[in-house]
Write a protein that binds this ligand. Sequence first.
Ligand code: AGP
Length: 609
Amino acid sequence: MSGIVGYAGSKDALPVVIGSLKRLEYRGYDSAGIAYQNGKGIEIFRTRGKIADLQDALPSPLPEARVGLGHTRWATHGIPSERNSHPHRSAGVAVVHNGIIANYRKLKSELMSEGITFSSDTDTEVIPHMISRNLGLGLPLKKAISETVSRLRGTFALVILSETHPHTLFALRRDRPLVLGIGTDEYFIASDVCAILPHAREFVFLEDGQICTLTVNGFEIEHLETQGPAPVKRQSVTVDWAPAAAEREGYDHFMLKEIHDQPRTVADTFDEWIKNPQSLLDESGLSPNMTLGLRRLQMVACGSSYHAALIGRFLIERFARVSVDVDIASEYRYRDPIVDNGTLLLSISQSGETADTLAAQRAAKKRKIKTLTLSNVVGSTSSLEADAVLYTRAGPEIGVASTKTFTAQLTVLTLFALALGIRRGTLSLKEANTVKSRLMEIPEAIRAALQKDAEIRELAATLLQSRGFLCLGRGINYPIALEGALKLKEISYVHAEAYPAGEMKHGPIALVENGLPIIVLAPRDDLFEKMALSMEEAKARGGRVVGITDTVEALPGSVHDAIAMPSTHHLLWPFVSVIPLQLLAYHIAVLRGCPVDQPRHLAKSITDE
Ligand code: AGP
């Protein structure tokens, strides 16, 4: 997510704007920029890189200004570069944006058909062009803004400068935070309180549908549509001074915040494509014959991304009827896979920097295989080296453990499988629409799953002394058993093994001893009866069976603990069933005093082999 700051007041604006941007650095960003009005018009300075690089690009001494705005960018559309940095401008309008404009492609082609030229690859740039176009039609500025906003689909926090109003900032939002800070003869706007905490003690948290006008003499908050006065709820806020604490938004750890972010990040990831999943194929850079002529998909990944790939296999084989292999990336190179011109390699890496995955992707390129990558970082190495790219929209994941990026990967893989199936004619539009509508329900289903947090925290306390765990699943739920075991290992330092439930009788059942926790993923699907049998077998040998299901009453009496999860399409249940496993590992880690966000021996991105 990007960071926004704005200033209007009696002091010099730019030093305040730059200082406030620095307090947003922990959010993760790849470029920065500022804009101000110099009496003759809007001046903009932008740079790829850090705020220190931006300061090097600025004139010294800093130009005088009473109104200014700044931005730190986390790239979602358009690689990190000066031209893609904010602010973006069109004629006498400059805009900074946090969020995702889901329908920017349609708006951009409409604007280009009117002869408007674009200077960036971002979604944001449509906004200043639309405002300028409306001004050119004679609309007053606020009307030009509200007309523009009415055409946007997606999320935004915006701060706007216009040469028509030299000493004024305009701020508005939809589903992305903006807070007004009230100082003495000075007013601030920012993405979060922490950026402006040193300057203000009273804050107004803007609401969707409002527009806030800031000038050196004061502020006004109106309803964007009617431009009638809106209620102003001033709040004095005491916020932890540590920026990271503010960024955690009250959660004890980034991992817990990111677990709870998942309803939004799944929605952010599908919002852009859900209406027309095939546009995801077109935008990825995959050629039509690569999709129609696809005969074999080879997926490579590590860790949680590997587990996402295993789930992707079920979806792609079911919907697109393409044969899929999935390899641990570090093992892929030791195979001599059968490939031909109908083979596509799909690498999955949230960081896009994992050395093993990059090496596998490069090995495929050496074999003259086309490569597609799925990454969470625009401009990452894997995205620059692959022939085609798909992006998750989870925003920066600060906890080492993959949580929101994992479910965001499942989101893209679901859309990719649907799009391939529709294009190849292996999936009826009716079934595709059924799955799409169930996918749109997933954010709510995850919210319901998160409601079990207290129950899972209690279970964690009960199982705290366990010397090990077994996690069992079948079919599409086996990769979730693997993911749950990995979370226990990597953040709670607890030994955990995952097995396909049917494999237990071939050896692993000898591990079962009195009180050993055995977590069993058992949704009421075609495999439920077999899973119930597995639970009985485990219980009969002294295991403590924890059943995770969407039908608690169907669980056998032998189950010691039952965690009820929402029901959904059986191929989408992994979105839901992974939540209790993320939370269980988190709470055990906290109770064991583990450094949840930075587990020992681990890094967020493993950039050496
Ligand atoms: C998962 O919680 C770990 N962070 C780790 O297994 C991770 O999934 C793996 O290193 C792959 O990372 P990537 O997705 O950035 O390639």
